[in-house]
Design a binder for this molecule. Structure first.
Ligand SMILES: O=c1[nH]c(=O)c2[nH]c(=O)[nH]c2[nH]1
Length: 306
């Protein structure tokens, strides 16, 4: 044979697994991206196509989700060690398992003490936060300042429902009274400061407060749709920041699906300790401009133009 098989490995990459533990109304989150790579006696599958030694990559994916449910996620290291040991010790042909884990860290969104008492704590903002943006235009007379942010990732692990929607022959989505609501916020807001005669807003304070209003509205809105939450985020900014007349949002609905672990004899129905699959695409994309009454919409509808 003129060729031989060199080093090889296989498995399911980037399993996006999220586990929520409920401590009363206070939720704790573990959010991992787990990649499995196995190697061992895999000559046959490459040379002849015999799958006799091949544990399907699909099974490695299921194992990641089932282990998250059954054993929990104490740390990325502990989870990786547990998985690697399982693959090597349970499958004779597999001699080596490499588990890579990326862990995404989340901070809690601070809500008011009253909201905390009534609703607990289940709102998070991803660490390693947003990119702040601005666009300044000047024609010698008038200024237009549009600022904003992108990649501000937020998540509510409850207090979100979605039901009562239109159903046609292609609708399969089930109504839900308790779901995750997660999005990566892209927003632009337009300042009403346009001429040098008027004092400029304090840009730094304005940014921090605007972001705070946006986060607080996300955390404190009991959501019946992402559209409703988005509107509240915009309205809270307009209501509290007199220097801003217009806010435009582009919000991907980052779907989290409760994984069906029934085939492995695991009950993943109850919300406590539930394991979710964080889907990356396709995603719902919810966009709108929220305006001060009587003002004109000037931010381009396509945010990527900015
Ligand atoms: O908040 C939502 N808004 C929608 O318009 C929608 N559509 C969908 O399938 N899920 C959701 N969720």
């Amino acid at each position: 044979m003129p060729t031989i098989l060199g080093r090889n490995q296989y498995g399911k990459a980037e399993n996006r697994v999220v586990r929520i533990t409920r401590d009363g109304a206070t939720h704790h989150i573990k959010d991992l991206n787990v990649s499995v790579a196995l190697s061992g006696d895999m000559e046959d599958v490459h040379y002849s196509g015999s799958n006799a030694n091949v544990l399907p990559t699909d099974t490695t994916k299921n194992t990641v989700f089932a282990f998250a449910k059954e054993h929990g996620i104490e740390s990325a290291e502990q989870f990786g060690i547990h998985l690697a040991r399982h693959f090597v010790t349970s499958q004779e042909p597999i001699h080596r398992a490499r588990i890579r884990v990326e862990e995404y860290a989340w901070d809690r969104i601070a809500t008011s003490p009253a909201h905390q008492r009534e609703h607990g704590e289940h709102s998070f903002v991803r660490k390693g936060q947003e990119t702040r943006l601005t666009q300044v235009t000047y024609d010698g007379e008038r200024w237009e300042v549009v600022s904003g942010l992108k990649d501000l990732t937020v998540l509510n692990s409850t207090d979100s429902e979605f039901h009562g929607f239109v159903k046609d022959r292609y609708t399969t989505l089930k109504e839900t009274r308790d779901r995750f609501l997660a999005t990566s916020v892209a927003a632009r807001w337009r300042f009403n400061w346009t001429d040098d005669e008027r004092p400029m807003p304090d840009w730094e304070t304005s940014y921090e407060r605007t972001k705070q209003h946006l986060l607080q509205a996300f955390a404190e809105t009991y959501s019946l749709s992402l559209q409703q939450t988005m509107y509240r985020m915009g309205a809270q900014i307009i209501e509290h920041r007199e220097e801003i007349d217009e806010v435009r949002f582009s919000l991907p609905n980052r779907h989290h699906f409760q994984v069906d672990l029934e085939p492995f004899g695991l009950d993943n129905e109850s919300a406590d300790g539930a394991v979710y699959f964080a889907a990356d695409r396709p995603y719902g994309l919810i966009e709108a401009t929220i305006l001060r009454d009587g003002c004109e919409a000037l931010i381009p509808a396509d945010l990527t133009n900015l």
